[in-house]
Design a protein around this ligand. Structure first.
Ligand code: 3PG
Ligand code: MG
Length: 396
């Protein structure tokens, strides 16, 4: 799919509406993780250098079309201004007189951040009138919010049809890396998919088994697969009603030549507490009130060996309950092994999804991965093989 980038734009002296994703973690009106702010910096700086008038638009949280004061984007302006080393003005509304006045006040190279798009119901409804009101504030439109591209909203979809539309640097970077991981990857390609439930990752698993040579399944969803094969998983999280579906996925994988790696040994405990008494057992030896919280050393070794064979790795979801030690061991060891392989030039490793990024950060290796997506839901939908509306709207 082709799209225009900033290299194709002539933004000097123009008002450029940039859709960012500033839906950042915040506590008591302070940004606690500025990853998504940093992701927007290259686009903002390129536009400033070119003498554009930069108008930043974003959603924050889910105010459902109401003006919810605790969901204001105002607290973002200051940390962003520090990152770009220039003032970031703020306007109390993203359309109407307040927005227009703030945009009119810009000189070439200046930046303004407009208030939360989702304070207006028209945003999520992709209301043409709201898209038009936004479009009136700009001459060009840049979408730099891959992580919101799975939403067909006015600021991600509708507006792209009203102004000359371009992918920003972060959007471009995401799309290029994801293409490299799953579109036209170097083989063998391995996936690691974890997380609690098969039911939330069904489409993703079905898409992946047709594309991967190895698929390691971890987290709670692995229990459902093992249950489907007839193993007793004790008191572990398990979606018994998904057993049939799990079996179909395994059959599909086999037919497609995708080797599925499921845990052979596991770490179990009766309580999910830090350093709760736990033991490592083979499958088939789990007590009736024990729960699986991590992969065991044998299972981990399988994952590491496949990773060493692979040339490309795509990772979504932890192998165990990494938030609660000692059940972080499998995930951390796998993350570190991947990072080593990347550093030695033997692996391209791409990861995404909120939990996954938190796990890589905890393992201290996020910066060593080839690419870590800023997206949660959009990354999943992309892994499901879907066309994201915000990306489709940019295509030429
Ligand atoms: C995210 O945080 O994943 C994106 O900003 C999208 O947010 P949403 O799930 O509220 O649409
Ligand atoms: Mg979210």
């Amino acid at each position: 799919m082709g799209f225009r980038t900033l290299d194709d734009a002539a933004p000097t002296g123009k008002r450029v509406l940039v859709r960012t994703d500033f839906n950042v973690p915040m506590e008591d009106g302070r940004v606690t993780d500025d990853t998504r702010l940093k992701a927007a910096v290259p686009t903002i700086q390129d536009l400033r250098k070119a003498g554009a008038r930069v108008v930043l638009i974003s959603h924050f949280d889910r105010p459902k079309g109401q003006r919810v004061p605790s969901m204001s984007l105002r607290p973002v302006a200051e940390p962003l201004s520090r990152l770009i080393g220039a003032p970031v003005a703020f306007a109390d509304d993203c359309v109407g007189p307040a927005a227009k006045a703030a945009v009119d006040a810009l000189k070439d190279g200046d930046v303004v951040l407009l208030e939360n798009l989702r304070f207006h119901p028209g945003e999520e409804k992709n209301d043409p009138a709201f898209a038009k009101a936004l479009a009136e504030l700009g001459d060009l439109y840049v979408n730099d919010a891959f992580s919101a591209a799975h939403r067909a909203h006015a600021s991600t979809e509708g507006i792209a049809h009203l102004l000359p539309a371009y992918a920003g640097r972060s959007m471009q970077n995401e799309l290029e890396h994801l293409e490299r991981a799953l579109g036209t990857p170097e083989r063998p390609v391995m996936g690691i998919v974890g997380g609690a439930k098969v039911s939330t990752k069904l489409d993703l698993l079905e898409n992946l088994v047709g594309k991967l040579q190895y698929l390691a399944i971890g987290g709670g969803m692995a229990n459902t697969f093992r249950f489907a094969q007839g193993y007793d998983v004790g008191a572990s999280l398990c979606e018994k009603e998904m057993a049939g579906t799990a079996k179909e996925i395994l059959d599909k994988a086999e037919a497609a030549g995708c080797q599925v790696l499921l845990p052979t040994d596991v770490v179990v405990a009766t309580d999910l507490k830090s350093y709760a008494p736990s033991r490592t057992v083979e499958l088939g030896q789990i007590g009736p009130d024990e729960k699986i919280f991590d992969v065991g050393p044998g299972s981990l070794q399988q994952v590491l060996d496949a990773m060493s064979e692979a040339r490309t790795l795509i990772w979504n979801g932890p192998l165990g309950v990494f938030e609660v030690p000692p059940f972080d061991r499998g995930t951390v060891a796998a993350a570190r092994h991947a990072a080593e392989l990347v550093k030695s030039g033997r692996l391209i490793a791409v990861a995404g999804g909120g939990d996954t990024v938190a796990a890589l950060n905890m393992a201290g290796v996020a910066q060593d991965f080839t690419f870590v997506s800023t997206a949660g839901g959009a990354f999943l939908e992309w892994m499901e093989g879907r066309i994201l509306p915000g990306v489709a709207a940019l295509s030429i």
